[in-house]
Design a protein around this ligand. Structure first.
Ligand SMILES: [Zn+2]
Length: 363
């Protein structure tokens, strides 16, 4: 299509959770609610339109062995796109995927640089593995390399302890988070367990990934500080298998993982009820396939989050949190059209009818 070509989306345009319009137009790749004069090429798409879905925790350029090549990264990004996921927050990747920014046909990515972990305290080949005295320098570098986020591994199995323990001393995270903020970046951390959460929040962290270890002690603290969580329930579903694999060698760790798994829905529901911002993330790229945002929304509903808020956690609220537009006038036309109202039943998200990215129909 040329710059003057027009796409019309007709039916129910869900501009916000409660704001519905009858149609929108796409001109020059952007959204407008005013019928463009002199439009010479029109394609009409009908249905229920949502902003392109957000996966706030996935990994492009990574599989379970570590960094992957560009062709594999492209397939991962296409897996997201073809499921209607058009904005990704990449929660750590050892591959340079910056070339994707030049591809109008691939989802937009907000990067957190590469994971920063303690030595031998994360999955092999994923992270920079360092000691606390180097944390500030690595955080500064990833803050400059990324797109406004830095990713720490906050807890992991300590093989000597035989259980999950915190990875960083308090002073190290306080200094590192202050440095990231000074450079204009937000910080998030992988945390499965209870142990690291209070210190990270008191150090000023902005978000915690997984957050399965939230308790009645730390939930009010997160709420008070406005720290968001990205539960990745589709990934937490793998805990029993991981726990079984390590049961013989690390029985305490294994039992701990199973307990976190058993209470996962209660944890997410309690966090939501306390007012903690909850967003959709799948953790695709490590072990899971890309394109699971719809499944994660369904999991949040199973946990007890009202459907409209679970939907917002991958659309309007998620985009606001990440500083990206939704379906506002002048925004890039990144949207997904469904046959039925996704507010009535979030399972509708699993079957997009039409996917529009940068104003072009891509699926
Ligand atoms: Zn992850």
């Amino acid at each position: 299509m040329s710059d003057h070509a027009v796409l019309r989306v007709k039916g129910r345009v869900l501009v916000g959770p409660e704001e519905v319009r009858g149609e929108l137009w796409v001109v020059g790749g952007r959204i407008t609610y005013t019928r463009p004069p002199g439009a010479r090429e029109v394609r009409t798409v009908a249905g229920w339109a949502l902003p392109g879905l957000v996966d706030a925790h996935c990994h492009v350029g990574l599989d379970h062995h570590g960094a992957v090549d560009a062709a594999t990264s492209e397939k991962q990004a296409l897996g997201d796109r073809d499921a209607g996921t058009l904005l990704l927050r990449d929660a750590g990747s050892p591959a340079d995927t910056r070339w994707i920014d030049d591809r109008e046909d691939l989802p937009k990515i907000i990067r957190a640089g590469r994971h920063i972990a303690r030595t031998r305290r994360y999955i092999r080949n994923f992270a920079y593995e360092i000691e606390p005295e180097d944390l500030v320098a690595y955080v500064a570098r990833e803050a400059r390399r990324g797109d406004g986020w830095v990713k720490l591994v906050g807890d992991w199995i300590d093989r000597e302890e035989g259980d999950l323990t915190a990875c960083w001393p308090r002073e190290a995270v306080v200094a590192a988070i202050a440095e990231a903020h000074r450079l204009g970046a937000r910080v998030t951390a992988h945390c499965f367990a209870e142990v690291a959460l209070r210190e990270l929040v008191e150090a000023g962290i902005d978000c915690v990934e997984h957050a399965t270890g939230l308790t009645e002690d730390t939930i009010p603290l997160f709420a008070e500080h406005g720290v968001a969580i990205v539960p990745t329930l589709v990934n937490i579903a793998t805990f029993p298998r991981l726990a079984a694999g390590g049961a013989e060698k690390f029985p305490r760790w294994s039992a701990h993982m199973n307990r976190l798994y058993e209470r996962r829905y209660d944890t997410v529901r309690a966090a939501y009820d306390a007012g903690i911002p909850v967003f959709v993330g799948t953790d695709a790229g490590g072990a899971l396939a890309h394109g699971l945002a719809a499944a994660e929304v369904a999991e949040l509903v199973t946990a007890g989050i009202p459907p409209l808020d679970a939907l917002s956690a991958t659309t309007w609220a998620a985009r606001r949190w990440l500083g990206r537009p939704a379906l506002e006038e002048g925004a890039p036309a990144d949207l997904v059209v469904y046959d039925e109202d996704p507010r009535a039943d979030v399972r509708v998200l699993a079957a997009p009818r039409v996917i529009v990215l940068n104003g072009r129909v891509v699926g």
